[in-house]
Design a binder for this molecule. Structure first.
Ligand code: NAD
Length: 419
């Protein structure tokens, strides 16, 4: 097995490819291949046992050419600078492909949150926020949840920032609890966005959605909402999986029941249904189906299993579920992929709505959120689809990159290089 390249090396390769294809000026490529700002901080936390532990935290702004930085904060033991730099760059392309007036950023703290008490997580979050207070803000860079962070952490960030600047500033983070300026519809937004992509792709390929079969890897926030929405629209969900394994019924699963089950039990372990066959997470990816939705983790579809896939299309709910090597194999096999930067952009789009609501001190209804979400996702899908058709023989991924990189490169060109 070849050693996997670092995430930032992959990100640079993708940028190089798009810039070469578009004929982007070398000066602009050079500028975009470097994050604009990297902040690295030490976060001392007095643990419950009285000892001080020092954690490493990062906030990277890749580009603010089109607007303030936007991107999540992740807590994980694998977080390092290279990963955060790559994630920040991908946020730039994700915001650009759906045409949000935002740039790309990301943050992270290297820690194992399963080993921290709630009190320790709070102290870590507040000290981290305080250390990066100069580089975040509603007009500068707006964090959001990512792996192992959620509404509670966002509330602490909002509170710490607000204490620091002496006034309540809800627009400094998104993904907050509704009570302090969070948006309705944020929970379902990413999964619904994925479902819009499946529905539109079926429409363009003249496939009746009601006659399609769907497999979903990961039944968390993104996967369960995508499965639920597509099931309601009449697609047959034949298999889903989570950390406890795969659940398969060729006649179609009872998604409503499974959705309710995970709301109560968090995972599908011991889900009671005699018609369901338990299979492995490797097997689920190789089932014959129309749409495969990886919505769990990165690097799930690799050079090792890509050749065995029997789906017709892949719609990437997760970030980076397909390795670049697998991408090439699937392209040659004729399996088309709606890439993560487009397919899962429903989350950041709803975050953008939250920011807009906070800045304007208005509250949108759920209907308004979902309508605007659909409009933005369908527009972006259409533009990527047309780009792919026009260029011939390119993937949806490259088409999405071409649109995103072109938008950011143009913004840089118009703004010029200060001074
Ligand atoms: P989540 O934690 O809610 O769900 C993850 C799911 O994956 C869970 O069901 C978990 O059991 C399952 N899982 C974990 N390891 C697995 C394995 N080895 N095999 C199969 N399933 C496994 O996370 P989420 O918010 O749904 O995010 C999923 C992916 O989507 C991530 O890549 C995330 O970065 C991406 N994403 C999420 C959002 C969002 O708004 N939540 C937005 C954009 C992208």
């Amino acid at each position: 097995m070849t050693k996997a390249k670092s995430p930032f090396t992959n990100a640079l390769e993708q940028l190089r490819l798009a810039c070469d294809y578009l004929g982007v000026e070398e000066n602009i490529y050079n500028f975009l291949s470097n994050p604009q700002q990297i902040v690295s901080v030490s976060i001392p936390v007095r643990m419950d046992n009285g000892k001080i532990e020092v954690f490493e935290g990062y906030r990277v702004l890749h580009s603010n050419a089109r607007g303030p930085g936007k991107g999540g904060i992740r807590y994980d033991s694998k977080v390092d600078m290279d990963e955060v730099m790559a994630l920040a760059m991908w946020m730039t392309w994700k915001c650009a492909v759906v045409n949000l007036p935002l740039g790309g950023a990301k943050g992270g703290v290297t820690c194992d949150p399963t080993k921290l008490s709630p009190r320790e997580v709070e102290k870590l979050t507040r000290r981290f926020t305080s250390s990066i207070i100069e580089v975040i803000g509603p007009q500068i860079d707006i964090p959001a949840p990512d792996m192992n962070t959620g509404p509670q952490e966002m509330a602490w960030i909002m509170d710490t920032y607000s204490m620091g600047v002496g006034k309540t500033v809800p627009g400094v983070v998104t993904g907050k609890p509704i009570e302090i300026g969070g948006s309705l519809g944020r929970n379902s937004a990413t999964g619904m966005g994925v479902s819009f992509m499946v529905r539109e792709l079926a429409k363009r390929k003249k496939i009746d959605l009601k006659k399609t079969t769907v497999v979903v890897q990961g039944f968390g926030n993104v996967g369960s909402w995508a499965a639920k929405t597509l099931n309601e629209w009449g697609a047959k969900i034949i298999a889903v999986s989570d950390i406890s394994g795969g659940y398969y019924n060729p006649e179609g699963l009872n998604i409503e029941k499974m959705f309710e089950y995970v709301q109560k039990h968090r995972i599908l372990e011991n889900y009671p249904d005699k018609k369901v066959k338990k299979i492995s997470n490797a097997e689920i990816l190789e089932l014959e189906c129309d749409f495969l939705i990886p919505a769990a983790l990165e690097n799930q579809i690799t050079a090792e299993n890509a050749g065995k896939l029997k789906c017709k299309f892949i719609v990437e709910g997760a970030n980076g579920p397909t390795t670049p090597e697998a991408d090439k194999i699937l392209f040659n096999k004729g399996i088309e992929i709606i890439p993560d930067i487009l397919a899962n952009a429903g989350g950041v789009t709803c975050s953008y709505f939250e920011w807009v609501q906070d800045l304007s001190a208005l509250r949108w209804s759920l209907e308004q959120v979902n309508e605007e979400l659909e409009k933005i996702m369908l527009d972006a899908f259409d533009q990527v689809y047309v780009m792919k058709e026009n260029k011939k023989k390119i993937s949806f991924r490259l088409a999405a990159y071409l649109i995103a990189v072109q938008r950011v490169a143009k913004a840089v060109e118009y703004r010029g290089f200060f001074p």
